[in-house]
Design a protein around this ligand. Structure first.
Ligand code: MTE
Ligand code: MO
Length: 430
């Protein structure tokens, strides 16, 4: 009866591509098994790097509860750590999009199988598939939207992507435990023909309805491409994503190859301040009158009280240099820039924290927008390369790079490198 109505997606005869079958699905599934595991781990690392325990300033998911079990003090070494982990997270996420789409395409007949629920076990399996497919689409969609500079989920991106990741990964682990043995068997079977014949007979015997029947079309159309060719097509798509994305982790000509990476503010151009700018001073409403030599003051507070410092006061302090990159959650990063300014721990010492620098809460001149404040942990303040930078690459910071002063910390996500700093409060954070 079902085959008499092949126009309905629920009838097996409706799906006619001869490409569908256990081998194609298994290859893509195993690629996703490795890739998505790396995405999950780098994603959790990215969350840790935000210092979410410095509540309430950095904590974007106040109710994370047990999901925060693994959080640790993000190190300052190696200085390119976040550049690497987040570059991998974003680039790999983009590279896996063609693989994910092909995988979903390869199993789409299963979404329509009738009856929708055959038993309790089958019902549970279908619910877990819903979480798996829905979770994958949700995580990839929110991730892609978030790297488009304009943060379509301002503020709420972090909890959504974070909780979504746990729901999705739970379903993913359950799915992997159930399917990996099948996938490996399918691949081995394809390699060894003799074994394949035995396997096939065995499989048909074991469960007629399982693998083969719902993936392999009972009335396949003539092939227009081999399965291997189709895999090359998917791989080519991934390669294209890689070639047009990976350059976002570099400056100069390589960056120009990242055509898929949104180029936010003005093109950075060349010269000392010629590296990526996320948000310009004009865009976030920095009033030039407030950054002038005679008006701008840095207010630093600690247990010994409050001091107000002009730029000249800061320049009179001991100056230090550090070569550090900026690495954004969006996956773009700069090469090392040569920063020069005052050590954060010297500023801590100035207000009574000479021996053991505590956490610091940093506020910008900026009055609106998401990233006008942030907090750094004690280990970040203590690092001698953590600076309140006044110069970059031998020149004064440009207005768009945070003039008169910006934070720069080794290995920290770019969002913690606050620009146009106005106030720093040491101690008394979470
Ligand atoms: N005041 C302020 N500081 C800020 C931001 C901001 O929007 N406002 N953006 C942050 C983010 S998300 C990043 S990645 C870096 C970008 O630095 P750049 O624009 O100098 O390259 O600055 C950070 N500092
Ligand atoms: Mo960022």
């Amino acid at each position: 009866m079902r085959d008499l109505a092949p126009r309905l997606p629920s009838s097996p005869g409706f799906w006619r591509s001869p490409l569908r079958g256990p081998w194609f699905t298994s290859v893509l599934g195993l690629v996703l098994l490795v890739g998505i595991t790396v995405l999950f781990v780098t994603g959790l690392l990215s969350y840790a790097a935000y210092n979410p325990n410095l509540a309430p300033v950095n904590d974007k998911t106040p109710d994370k509860g047990v999901l925060g079990f693994y959080l640790f003090a993000w190190p300052t070494d190696p200085p390119w750590l976040y550049r690497l982990t987040q570059g991998v997270h974003v680039t790999l996420g983009l590279v896996l999009i063609p693989v994910l789409l092909a995988k979903l395409w390869s199993v789409v007949p299963r979404l329509f199988t009738l009856p929708p629920v055959r038993s309790l076990a089958h019902a549970l399996e279908r619910v877990s598939l819903l979480l798996l497919v829905g979770g994958a689409l949700f995580e990839f969609a929110t991730g892609v939207l978030n790297i488009q500079l304009d943060y379509l989920f301002p503020g709420s991106f972090y909890p959504l992507h974070f909780y979504g990741a746990w729901v999705f990964f739970g379903a993913f682990v359950a799915h992997a435990v159930l399917k990996v043995p099948t996938a490996l068997r399918n691949l081995r079977a394809m390699r060894d023909e003799r074994e394949e014949r035995e396997e096939r007979a065995e499989r048909v015997e074991r469960d007629e309805r399982e693998e083969r029947d719902d993936l392999v079309s009972p009335r396949p159309a003539a092939p227009t491409v081999s399965r291997r060719g189709a895999l090359w097509f998917v791989g080519g798509g991934s390669l294209l994503m890689f070639a047009t994305s990976a350059g976002r982790g570099f400056d100069g000509p390589l960056r120009a190859t990242a055509v898929l990476s949104p180029h936010g503010g003005p093109e950075p151009g060349s010269g000392p301040n010629g590296f990526q700018i996320n948000k310009t001073a004009a865009h976030v409403g920095i009033d030039p009158a407030e950054t002038r030599e005679d008006t701008w003051r840095l207010v630093v507070t600690g247990r010994a009280g409050t001091v107000r410092l002009s730029r000249a006061d800061l320049l009179a302090m001991e100056q230090h240099s550090a070569a550090l990159p900026i690495a954004c959650v969006e996956g773009w990063s700069t090469s090392d820039q040569w920063w020069r300014g005052v050590r954060l721990r010297d500023l801590a010492a100035l207000v009574g924290h000479g021996d053991d620098p505590p956490d610091v809460f940093v506020e910008s001149l900026q009055r609106r927008g998401a990233f006008r404040r942030g907090a750094l942990r004690a280990n970040q303040v203590a690092d001698p390369r953590s600076l309140l930078a006044l110069y970059v690459n031998g020149e004064e910071l440009s207005p768009d790079h945070g003039h008169p002063a910006r934070i720069i910390v080794p290995a920290a996500p770019g969002v913690l490198n606050t620009k146009w700093v106005a106030r720093m409060t040491f101690g008394d954070l979470g």
